[in-house]
Design a protein around this ligand. Structure first.
Ligand code: CTP
Length: 407
């Protein structure tokens, strides 16, 4: 694998990326530009990768590195990709070792841009990004937020874990990430809700939010404008280029999803919404002692997914909105996971149901998943075992053509 590093302040973040790839067992060759070495020293890259680091084509000439490194790579990740580096790549230049490597690479290539907002939005950069994408490269949408100094706006390098996750997905998926959601607005719910009992206690669940975040992140990287309605997670960072609306309870989530669903093409309910809330929320902390309660009364929460389907039937949301549900199921003596899931799809009335088998360490809080994808049209496909990013990409593979049909 090649990690290319452009000359921008975000070059320091490439160290975490290189470390993560080497820890995952990849053989990493780091190729910085000359200006990247103004920000991070050659010794750092050599120590982190365990390999020699050069910037020009005239070192180690008998090994023909300007051709060999690109030919032998299974993945090239450029982070940060500066405006200048992308311009040189789009122009087919080969004026240093990194751009020469890009010309000889036939493997997936990922650019993770980082620059000031004005540079990112400049028509020259926009055209270069389009050229690189047309040629099959993945150009990650940058995050918004604090840039160098006091500036804020789109152009920040996504977090290293996010870049490593997307790059790893390309290897796992063994096919490109299409820009097939451009112009689509998608609402994704993720994480668990918390239903308060008193000011310090709540009823919650074990959802980590990882699956929903992976869907939101990938939908954005496939071109969609994504709103992520986020409950509680295991401390996940907001995905780059996604609008996040934080919610606490199931009712907060219902209100936020309903608000954003009225102007979107698809809603994906990956959240673990509490089915019940304590009937009474006690205003002060419940104490031990004579007055302590010995049971908790519960009230049923609204079913957000079923409510969305009803709103579509009644015309409150657009008839073409595609609605996707999730089902976490365990089989029992009366039925297996799939038979319960088919029943749930009918009951909820959504268009697609992503089914996970749970229990015995599966699905909750873990990084890998498998399951099935059931369609209201009777389609059923198995989702192969893999990362939650792979599962997210398969769900979007199925959603994208449905959105095109719904139009
Ligand atoms: N869901 C929802 N609102 C709720 C409960 C669940 O929108 N109050 C959504 C979830 O986000 C998920 C789907 O419904 O997309 C299925 O969730 P699940 O917990 O498996 O289903 P339940 O309806 O709770 O069914 P049961 O617990 O009876 O199996």
């Amino acid at each position: 694998m090649v990690v290319g590093v452009g000359g921008g302040i975000a070059a320091y973040k490439s160290c975490a990326i290189i470390r993560s790839f080497t820890e995952d067992g990849h053989h990493v060759r780091v190729i910085p530009t000359e200006s990247a070495l103004e920000f991070v020293g050659r010794a750092t890259f050599e120590a982190l990768s365990g390999n020699p680091v050069h910037t020009g084509v005239f070192t180690d000439v008998p090994q023909v590195p300007h051709v060999r490194l690109g030919q032998e790579a299974d993945l090239v990740v450029i982070a940060p990709a500066t405006a200048d580096l992308m311009a040189r790549a789009a122009g087919g230049r080969a004026d240093d070792l990194l751009t020469a490597t890009l010309l000889t690479a036939r493997c997936p290539v990922v650019f993770a841009p980082a620059m000031h907002t004005e540079m990112w939005e400049h028509p020259a950069t926009v055209a270069n990004v389009a050229t690189l994408r047309d040629r099959g490269a993945v150009v990650i949408k940058p995050a918004s937020g604090r840039l160098t100094g006091k500036d804020t706006g789109a152009g920040r390098l996504p977090e290293p874990e996010e870049i490593v996750g997307l790059a790893s997905l390309l290897l796992e998926r063994a096919e490109a990430l299409p820009q097939d959601l451009v112009g689509r607005r998608i609402v994704v719910s993720a994480g668990g809700t918390r239903e308060p009992l008193d000011p310090v206690r709540f009823l919650g669940n074990r959802s980590s939010g990882k699956q929903g975040y992976a869907i939101a992140r990938l939908a954005a990287q496939r071109g969609a404008q994504v709103t992520l309605v986020a409950g509680y997670t295991s401390g996940l960072d907001a995905p780059a280029a996604v609008d996040v609306v934080d919610v606490k309870t199931a009712e907060d989530m219902r209100v936020a999803v309903a608000k954003h669903a009225s102007a979107c093409d698809a809603v994906i309910m990956a959240a673990a919404v509490a089915d019940f809330r304590p009937t009474t929320v006690v205003a002060s902390k419940i104490k031990k002692g004579a007055d302590e309660p010995n049971s908790i009364g519960l009230t049923r929460n609204a079913d957000i997914l079923a409510g969305l389907v009803q709103s579509r039937t009644s015309g409150e949301i657009d008839a073409s909105t595609v609605i996707v549900g999730f089902a976490a199921e365990t089989g029992d003596a009366d039925g297996d996971v799939l038979s319960y899931a088919r029943e749930k799809l009918r009951r909820k009335g959504c268009d697609l149901l992503v089914v996970n088998a749970v229990g015995e360490g599966k699905a909750f809080e873990v990084d890998h998943n498998d399951g099935w994808l059931l369609g209201a049209d009777g389609s059923e496909s198995a989702l192969e075992h893999g990362s939650k990013a792979l599962m997210a990409s398969r769900v979007l593979d199925s959603l994208a053509p449905r959105l095109a049909e719904a139009r």
